[in-house]
Write a protein that binds this ligand. Structure first.
Ligand code: AMP
Length: 283
């Protein structure tokens, strides 16, 4: 596996691959890799001739008081995992390689930037959209892979790609979970032993809410409130638990069937997010 930290170095390798007409797959990450990330890598390997992973803890998607400096950085370990899975190239730029001091451009996917996670994390999705856009311009992949774990982020990126005619295929990969249902996340490492025991309740609350809807309950507000109550009773501080239209993340309307339930809740100091996307009625 080649490891490159400069844009110029990356482009030299990429131009050779392009001259050979190889299909290039790209998987952006912030590192501290777990099996969720590695699933993206293996899906990418099955799809593309060459796979590029990036590790970049992007400062512009962290708000004031968030965990940018504390975010786990485990580069040696990550490199071993990527090598073992057969990633061809790892791009690990420093912040100064990615961001000029006098930069002025921000990409904002307006309809999605200020709801759900965007409400509690102002500017977060602008940071995500901008850095992914930059990566797409730097790497120019044929195809890029994103996890459904970050459902709102996935829609932000799909919308940006569509709106700006970016010539990249976006493929989404289902959520990888621990055996007890907890969605894998780099932030799970912040949980204390006690909190880790409670954490799967977030997925259980989502699954119960989904079951209610599948059984025909369309009183979404009651389902949401019951779930928030359940979470509170299990030590969580819910941020939101909301049943949405799976295409645009607006509140679900009765009769809509492409649904996603999005949830974010704090357990101690750790903010966990998860979701379930499903079709509520056989078409
Ligand atoms: P991150 O390093 O958290 O920015 O995540 C990098 C990519 O991995 C994003 O596309 C995430 O959605 C994806 N990802 C993170 N956790 C999981 C998971 N448990 N299952 C599937 N994809 C994931």
């Amino acid at each position: 596996m080649q490891i490159v930290s400069t844009i110029a170095g990356l482009r030299r390798i990429l131009s050779e691959w392009r001259a050979q007409q190889l299909r290039i797959g790209f998987v952006p990450t912030m590192g501290n890799l777990h099996d969720g990330h590695l699933r993206l890598m293996s899906v990418a390997k099955g799809d593309a001739d060459r796979v590029i992973a990036s590790i970049f803890v992007n400062p512009t998607q962290f708000g004031v008081g968030e965990d940018f400096s504390a975010y786990p950085r485990t580069e040696q370990d990550d490199q071993q995992k990527l090598m073992a899975i057969g990633v061809d190239l790892l791009f690990m730029p420093e912040v100064i390689e990615m961001y000029l001091a006098n930069r002025h451009t921000i990409i904002s996917v307006n309809a999605l930037a200020n709801i759900h996670c965007g409400l509690s994390r102002p500017g977060h999705f602008d940071g995500v959209a901008t850095v992914v856009n930059k990566f797409f311009n730097i790497v120019q992949p044929d195809v890029a892979f994103f996890g459904q774990k970050d459902y709102q982020q996935l829609l932000v990126i799909e919308t940006m790609v569509r709106d700006l005619n970016i010539p990249v295929d976006i493929k989404s990969v289902p959520i990888v979970r621990e055996i007890d249902g907890l969605a894998m996340s780099s932030r799970n490492g912040y949980l204390s032993v006690e909190e880790r025991k409670c954490a799967p309740m977030l997925y259980q609350a989502l699954s119960r809410a989904k079951d209610e809807i599948m059984w025909g309950n369309q009183n979404f507000e009651i389902i949401e409130n019951d779930a928030k109550e359940l979470l509170k009773n299990n030590g969580f501080l819910p941020d939101y638990f909301t049943i949405c239209n799976g295409e645009n993340l607006q509140p679900a309307q009765i009769g809509q069937h492409d649904l996603v339930i999005l949830a974010a809740a704090k357990l101690g100091r750790t903010r966990l997010i998860d979701n379930i996307h499903f079709i509520s009625k056989k078409q």
